[in-house]
Design a protein around this ligand. Structure first.
Ligand code: GDP
Length: 185
């Protein structure tokens, strides 16, 4: 039930310099208009050139090289399944001002579970646009409850205010590292 205006953005993170051969692919999923492009722009550090961009992300002790790929609408449907299956981690976005996007995020979570049955695939449910308090349609309590049911982390963000964006990203990186370390142990 995907409309052609839905899109997906993948962020490929090449990991620390010590491990250039183990890139991570973080996929941003969500209905159109929830803020994926805004998120990816912040990650890329360049709001204007979104086709393919490299940047260094620095925050605390983290230093991660990322490539942001913004798929256009036509390539989306073709590459959707590929992205669903190749992601190492997922940011599942909805807008707190758009209940339909919240329902879409739930559908996506179910689809993800079906196609990535690995129990420990890092997934964070992200309620974006939390700066738009007067237009809120989805409460933080609802978001948190949904994440609990879906067994994933939850965070509310504002790409516009750059609030909690890095927390979301670092949450994903932390989970990827935990998973990698437990695999190596
Ligand atoms: P996408 O379709 O998921 O990639 O959504 P976009 O990133 O293109 O965002 C859709 C619209 O919402 C744009 O006009 C953005 O400027 C706006 N937007 C994105 N994130 C936020 C946010 O956190 N707060 C507010 N107020 N607007 C946002």
């Amino acid at each position: 039930s995907w409309s052609s205006s839905d899109s997906v953005i993948s962020i490929e993170s090449a990991g620390e310099p010590a491990e250039p051969e183990s890139p991570y692919r973080v996929v941003l999923l969500g209905a159109s208009g929830v803020g994926k492009t805004a998120f990816a722009s912040i990650f890329a550090g360049a709001a204007d050139s979104m086709d393919s961009d490299d940047c260094e992300l620095c925050g605390g002790e983290e230093k991660i090289k990322t490539t942001v790929v913004n798929l256009n609408i036509k390539s989306f449907l073709r590459r959707f399944w590929q992205h669903m299956q190749t992601g190492d981690a997922y940011l599942l976005l909805y807008s707190i001002t758009d209940r339909t996007s919240f329902l879409r995020a739930s559908e996506l979570r179910i689809t993800l579970r079906r196609f990535c049955p690995a129990q420990n695939t890092p997934i964070i449910l992200v309620g974006n646009k939390c700066d738009l308090v007067r237009r809120r349609e989805v409460s933080a309590t609802e978001g948190r409850a949904c994440a609990a049911v879906f067994d994933c982390k939850f965070i509310e963000t504002s790409a516009a205010m750059q609030h909690n964006i890095w927390e979301a990203f670092h949450g994903i990186v932390r989970q990827l590292r935990l998973r990698r370390d437990s695999r190596e142990a």
